[in-house]
Design a protein around this ligand. Structure first.
Ligand code: FEO
Length: 407
């Protein structure tokens, strides 16, 4: 049982999932994940904020009963409808027959679609900025669409300076005893926040920026997301992290993603890395796209300033794992990168070059440097690689200066 008072009258009643292998059936969960739910206990009314994944419903009810035993729950606030949070709505409604579900029009439409709860009296539809008094505590609702679905919203308790932020500020990783950041070592969660943001919310950066703007000026002592720790001491750090990611601002470093069948393109990747290291680039991450997790490649491409992609030619196309990675970047509308490419065409002259160029134009990521070999890696002369590295480093310096100017 993992319950805790966050601040007076506000309780954590979420659960851990250490069983599921892949979140959304896509993203690995090496440290598990938590589904966070909270109780806000006013003097007159009690509100439950979000629910949990249906697989964890038994422990969830144990947690709720430990806090709310002897009191009814009057409201279920649904900040987000993705089933990792909405999955237990039908069970909550069955357990609390008088409960009213609080959400915006899109939320209510989705609940009807997912869970077939049709009774109009069941719902309390709210709009942006509306408040709901609980007695001594008041809920205020901020609509924050597309963080991460169109119905997403946040709920604020002014009396305690607490924001229930939905997926924003969420991270992978089960909670290992403690719930609030000040009571735990947070390095793993912060690292996983990069992966969570880039994998799950990454496409919606501009909406995250809007949501952060909407909250600016609102006093916040606790950020209570739907996944991971409750943020208190580290609010400045996580706000800055999310704000930078949402604006596609990244940190100094080079990520090389390559696909190679027989090692020639791989060797070019190694040669490029060696030259960059000799030019003082300290943070260089190399991913063999056939071997690395897509989730980690996406995380690192978001995190760091420079992306270098190398591909063998495969049936006149990019090597499939590289193409899949590039598609993932396109889906997430990645931008503001120093971008460079290398490839191996073997006999299909121009195929890889054309694909990389087409990608660069579609994504508005100009290619700073390009290096194409025919077959053997030895065709890339030391001079070719040195020139490639010089050009990339020069582009990195220009990008860093532009980034510093924009801060
Ligand atoms: Fe954790 Fe978008 O749901």
């Amino acid at each position: 049982m993992n319950i805790q008072e966050i601040t007076k009258d506000i309780f954590y009643v979420g659960v851990n999932d250490r069983v599921k292998h892949k979140f959304e059936a896509l993203w690995p969960l090496p440290f598990g994940v938590s589904y966070n739910s909270y109780i806000v206990a006013g003097l007159e009314k009690v509100a439950l904020i979000d629910t949990v994944c249906i697989e964890e419903v038994r422990e969830y009810f144990n947690n709720i009963n430990a806090i709310a035993a002897g009191r009814s729950i009057d409201y279920l606030v649904v900040n987000h409808m993705e089933p990792d949070h909405s999955g237990s709505i039908p069970e909550i409604v069955m357990a609390y027959p008088d409960i009213r579900i609080v959400g915006n029009s899109k939320t209510i439409d989705m609940i009807k679609g997912f869970y077939h709860i049709e009774d109009p009296d069941r719902y309390l539809e709210i709009k942006d900025g509306v408040t709901l008094p609980l007695g001594g505590l008041t809920l205020k609702f901020f609509l924050t669409p597309m963080v991460h679905w169109p119905e997403t919203m946040m709920t604020y308790v002014a009396e305690r300076e607490v924001i229930f932020s939905g997926d924003a500020f969420g991270t992978f990783g089960s909670l290992n005893g403690a719930v609030i950041d000040k009571d735990m070592e947070t390095d793993t969660y912060i690292n996983e926040m990069y992966r969570y943001y880039s994998n799950i919310v990454g496409k919606y950066g501009r909406f995250v920026v809007k949501a952060l703007d909407k909250l600016s000026g609102t006093p916040i002592s606790y950020i209570c997301p739907t996944h991971g720790p409750v943020w208190n001491e580290k609010i400045p750090e996580v706000t800055s992290l999310v704000s930078r990611l949402a604006s596609y601002k990244s940190e100094p470093g080079v990520v090389i993603v390559y696909g190679s069948m027989y090692g020639n393109t791989a060797e070019v990747a190694e040669m490029i890395a060696r030259q960059l290291a000799q030019r003082g680039v300290k943070r260089i991450i190399i991913h063999n796209a056939s071997h690395s997790e897509m989730s980690d490649m996406i995380r690192d491409a978001f995190h760091y300033q420079t992306l270098i992609v190398g591909s063998a030619t495969y049936s006149m196309r990019l090597f499939p794992p590289v193409e899949e990675f590039m598609n993932a970047m396109e889906t997430r509308e990645i931008k503001n990168k120093v971008f460079a490419t290398f490839g191996n065409y073997t006999w299909a002259a121009g195929a890889v070059t054309a694909k990389l160029l087409d990608y660069s134009e579609r994504m508005k990521l100009p290619i700073s440097a390009s290096l194409i070999i025919k077959q053997s890696s030895s065709e890339a002369t030391p001079k070719d690689v040195e020139e490639f590295a010089d050009t990339v480093v020069e582009a990195m310096h220009s990008a860093s200066e532009a980034d510093a100017d924009s801060i």
